[in-house]
Ligand binder design. Structure first.
Ligand code: SF4
Length: 464
């Protein structure tokens, strides 16, 4: 793909905070403990975003920095030693992961300097990951943790493998791990390890003889660490999201290992045939991805394969080399569907995106939480990108669940009860606000009058 087609609008990420990665990583590495080191702001964020899980007493906590810490009046090391000793006594984890936040960046807290000394003192490995919201977008929190863990993987000593050793990196639920392991086993390919592993002591061995392949598009830092620091051979493939992505992912691994894939095309066709009821809802509809979780390119490709038109793919950050195969698959999917390639905007400006959405009137907007409710109030069907981050997306078996989630707002928008309530609101508005009524009768806005959803927009937007 010609990278000149990629646009960049601002230098800013408008995303969910990356420290939220602890919510899924603590579940994936079962003997871990995540300690987020930050201020009350980060604590409030975690409590609000992940509140339900906090009540379930998870294996993560917040080390709250006070004014004295920030002003360097207190000794960070002693305080962190006290907290880690308490965690060791209460939870006895195999590893403690320190998550650095914006504040630790701003006050230049030397977490990497303190960790080796402290881990020698208390006898538990301490992994440091800087998942702050200043430098990283939403899902890159996972990337920084996995990149830090990749440094702790043991070195490969070779072994009697039928195919070269293969590790898969990316955090997914145990069911997805078994599905993808089974899919590759069908092609006579054995996965020798996952990063992260279910237990910290089972981190996979890495080295020059080991092949590595990612399953999430936001793991470019982990890929670079595995390639440059641990000398692994990287398999650059599309990501196993949707039946088309899964087929392409397996095909690429087979190609690298010189294996002819068996029954893969048939399996993909079979899965698509089972999804026809959902695809009928999506066919001919349009989508706009505002950009939040860095899964946008893969999702756009999947939506286009399901018969949708994607106007724009906003993405906070993209490593074009790591996503090269996915971008190529997106291009070929557009060609096959005979639809234009979506506009790809990195670090998009939300203000301009909303202007474009007003013109394009997409049927579905995939957006961050902050903008979902205002867009819904303006009559647009939305899907929170954060839901997709927590959903099972990978493999053939997850395709139905993924479509169930993506089509929910489209099916809801088709319900007559909702439509009539919008019409009532717009009527109410027209009666109660004569100046607005005048605006609506302006001939240049005639096209807007034909769409009740757009009328609702004017009713709510007092700044128009
Ligand atoms: S890490 Fe930064 S962006 Fe995230 S909650 Fe803390 S202060 Fe906010």
């Amino acid at each position: 793909m010609d990278l000149q087609h990629l646009e960049c609008e601002t230098g800013i990420y408008h995303t969910f905070c990356p420290i939220s990665c602890v919510a899924w990583l603590y579940q994936r590495v079962e003997d871990s403990f995540f300690l987020v080191i930050g201020t009350k702001t980060c604590g409030y964020f975690l409590q609000n975003a992940l509140g339900v899980m906090i009540f379930a007493e998870p294996r993560y906590a917040m080390a709250e920095l006070e004014e004295g810490d920030i002003a360097a009046q207190l000794n960070d090391y002693h305080e962190l030693r006290r907290l880690c000793a308490q965690i060791q006594q209460d939870r006895n984890p195999s590893v403690i992961v320190w998550i650095g936040t914006c504040t630790t960046e701003i006050i230049k807290m030397d977490l990497e300097g303190m960790a080796p000394k402290l881990q020698a003192e208390i006898g538990i490995p301490i992994v440091v990951a800087r998942a702050n919201g200043l430098d990283y977008a939403f899902t890159q929190g996972e990337d920084t943790v996995l990149a830090a863990m990749a440094q702790r993987c043991p070195s490969s000593t070779g072994g009697p493998f039928q195919t070269p050793p293969l590790i898969i990196f990316g955090s997914v639920p145990a069911t997805v791990v078994s599905q993808l392991t089974l899919e590759l086993a069908r092609q006579q390919i054995q996965i020798t390890g996952w990063l992260p592993s279910q237990r910290y002591s089972d981190l996979p061995a890495v080295g020059e003889d080991v092949y590595a392949c990612g399953i999430n598009p936001f793991l470019s830092r982990t890929a670079i660490t595995l390639m440059r620091r641990r000398r692994c051979k990287m398999i650059s493939s599309p990501f196993p999201i949707g039946p088309d992505g899964t087929r392409a992912w397996i095909e690429k691994i087979c190609e690298v290992f010189g294996i002819q894939p068996q029954g893969l095309q048939e399996r993909e066709q079979q899965i698509w045939a089972q999804l026809e009821d959902y695809i009928a809802v999506m066919r001919g509809k349009s989508a706009f991805l505002m950009g939040d979780n860095l899964l946008e390119i893969s999702l756009a490709r999947f939506l286009i394969r399901c018969g949708m038109i994607v106007h724009e793919v906003g993405i906070p950050y993209m490593d074009a080399r790591f996503q090269a195969a996915e971008l190529q698959l997106l291009e070929s999917t557009c060609r096959a569907a005979q639809v234009p390639m979506p506009r790809i905007v990195t670090k998009p400006d939300n203000f301009y995106q909303i202007q474009r959405m007003r013109d394009l009137q997409p049927d579905l907007a995939i957006t961050g939480m902050a903008l979902a409710n205002p867009l819904e109030a303006r009559g647009m069907a939305t899907k929170w990108s954060v839901e997709l981050t927590f959903w099972q997306l990978h493999g053939f078996a997850s395709a139905r669940d993924l479509l169930e989630l993506l089509t929910r707002p489209l099916r809801r928008a088709r319900k007559p009860s909702r439509k009539s309530s919008r019409l009532q609101l717009s009527k109410l508005y027209k009666l109660s606000n004569p100046s607005r009524r005048q605006k609506l009768s302006n001939p240049s806005r005639a096209h807007l009058r034909r769409r009740p959803r757009q009328i609702t927009y004017f009713w709510l937007d007092q700044t128009e």
